[in-house]
Design a protein around this ligand. Sequence first.
Ligand code: AMP
Ligand code: ZN
Length: 449
Amino acid sequence: MTPKLYNTLTKTKEVFEPLDPKNVRMYVCGPTVYDFAHIGNARPAIVFDVLFRLLRHKYGVEHVTYARNITDVDDKINARAAAEGISIGELTERTNAQYQADVAALGCLPPTHQPRATENIPQMIAMIERLIAAGHAYPADGHVLYDVTSKSDYGKLARRSLDDMIAGARVDVAPYKKGPMDFVLWKPSDAATPGWDSPWGRGRPGWHIECSAMSEALLGETFDIHGGGIDLVFPHHENEIAQSEGAHDGHPFARIWMHNGFLQVEGQKMSKSLGNFVTIHQLLQREHPEVLRLQMLMTHYRQPIDWTESGRKQARSVLNHWYQFTAGFSALENLSPGFVAALSDDLNTPEAISHMTQSMDPMAICAAARFLGFLQHDLEAWRRWAPETVTINERAVEDLIKARNLARTEKMFSEADRIRAELDAMSVQLKDSKDPATGEIVTTWELKR
Ligand code: AMP
Ligand code: ZN
């Protein structure tokens, strides 16, 4: 089944034909590593992980290359490191490690490449030199700027004309700029700021050039898919196109541009001042990672998503059904055609999930769920998963259950009830059932939610 993907550039769903089916290439803008990633940042990680899985399924694991960068040079990083009194390297190492742990917990496969900006500075300098030589950029006052008037189709992704952009632009334009929309490729660094030697003096790259240089290094001039959040369309992705096409003699850059919609929390924009800013790290302490992943995928990636408590409960109950229904079954070797068709239709995960919940075949559900990164545990481990705030001593639980069963066989029912109440207070729910073979009462337990 050939996937169809919505292309922001053409505003249509297009049949996806890779440039080279033996080398399908995708680039996604990754995090700027200065703080814990929030749940909005998890959205592109999860969405493009599903696409990565689908492409690997269709073209073969070894034929898909997925690059997601790490922005480890940025003014927000400099400011945070100074505020904490630590080195930039220490801050970016720590934050990157947190990010990797968070997205791995959320079931995202590691991308093929995770290039770091600081390890690709020579490639950025080389690209800037080519842009200057091609008449697309000019050095000025220690900076290098991209001249947006040099590219007649500037604005084609965002569908904005230069005149409209200028009319809407803020007035204070830096004196070294020829035009108000010209953007920075390189800027000077003072002694206290990280910098690299360059033909324009010691300085550091602008954010946009990072992705152009790193995607070129890993995926070539023209590749298949470029992704990121919808907030990146302008200016980041528009500028990436201007840079890459400008440096490549006008050859096309990414063929399909995909953007995930924004995430808000309980109907409100997430912000530190509203107190509804949730990090992946915090959520992982309170809820099973597979629930968070499913909650994310229950909304189509292009729609805005409202991250709510009721969405969490819904995802938990769907996942609980899958765990129970598939317990003891192995996965079918092939994915069901309806499931693959839904995913192939512009990554329609809500449709794929409803296909699974309606299925009566546990082996088909198992295959689909595992494909999407779910059902990674057995039923017992799933049932006993507990938030970090609830620490449960399994030995103590088992001992209390034994004491209760003993009390019951000795007909000390009020003692048995007291023990049940004690377990109840520990959020432990008991289930008694009769072993059909021996007639003995067997007590199992799980944590209440
Ligand atoms: P940043 O570290 O802010 O550059 O963001 C990393 C990725 O997360 C980018 O692809 C952003 O578009 C995406 N992103 C940031 N905030 C949100 C949000 N609230 N909802 C969805 N995606 C987001
Ligand atoms: Zn980027």
